[in-house]
Design a protein around this ligand. Structure first.
Ligand code: GLP
Length: 240
């Protein structure tokens, strides 16, 4: 029901009602929403109002639009723990999802200045530059660009990084991955993220930079990842 005398704007009332139906499980991921016109007729409200409510829910990740088809209830976001240094492969397997990667770049390049600093190698020393689309059950979740010192990590191949990099480092090389510094910030998808993550340009993404070190403090990897903000949320327990 919409209450036209309520101090709450009509778009916000409609927004709350749709949200409520999603949260209660009345509307499930993948369900189609009635058209804007149907909402207008059902509640006797303007198209602008309906559009505003739906836009807000799309921006908040409750709904997704498919061009030329309609608006659907979005998949539930994956909850990613912030504590614990885990790999993409481990994270997906722990959820019962199948991890895979599409390898876009695999090359050895002279370390650019900023990368050389992060990896504590001399400028122009060889580093792997690896770009992968990370998928869960075949759906793109993140676009990751890693730099790894080539002299420290011998024998890396495209086949290996199509699977788990951490597994290779820990199980084959027997290097103890110890800790990472991680920064998370929001951004809008550019052309590259849009193409590889199958989202419209301008959509929100989560940018994560992770610099990872071995037990003795040697930097082993620096990664820039773009995660789909409509598919991910980060959770943590805080104490005092
Ligand atoms: C996560 C991290 C990356 C790391 C990757 C390793 O995705 N954000 O920084 O490179 O895990 O994953 P895997 O061992 O599956 O290659």
């Amino acid at each position: 029901m919409i209450d036209k005398n309520s101090p709450l704007p009509i778009y916000a009332q409609l927004e709350e009602q749709i949200k409520e139906r999603i949260e209660s499980g009345n509307l499930k991921p993948g369900d189609g929403l009635p058209s804007e016109r149907e909402y207008c007729e059902r509640y006797g409200i303007s198209r602008m109002t309906v559009r505003q409510a739906i836009n807000n829910l799309v921006n908040d990740g409750y709904l997704r639009r498919e061009k030329g088809k309609g608006t659907y209830v979005a998949e539930k976001k994956l909850e990613q723990q912030l504590q614990g240094l885990t790999s993409f492969t481990e994270d997906m397997k722990a959820r019962g999802m199948e991890p895979s990667s599409t390898l876009l770049h695999f090359e050895i390049v002279p370390a650019p200045e900023s990368i050389a600093q992060l990896l504590s190698v001399g400028q122009h020393e060889p580093v792997y530059r690896i770009r992968r689309i990370r998928l869960a059950d075949g759906k793109p979740m993140a676009l990751e660009t890693s730099h790894i010192p080539a002299n420290l990590v011998p024998g890396l191949t495209p086949d290996i990084v199509a699977g788990s990099l951490y597994q290779y480092i820990e199980e084959r090389l027997r290097y103890p991955i110890d800790h990472s510094n991680q920064v998370i910030e929001s951004a809008a998808a550019g052309e590259m993220e849009s193409r590889h993550l199958s989202i419209p340009a301008g959509c929100p993404i989560l940018l994560i930079q992770r610099d990872t070190f071995l037990k003795d403090g040697t930097p082993i990897e620096t990664v820039k990842s773009a995660y789909r903000a409509d598919r991910y949320k980060f959770v943590t327990t805080i104490r005092r």
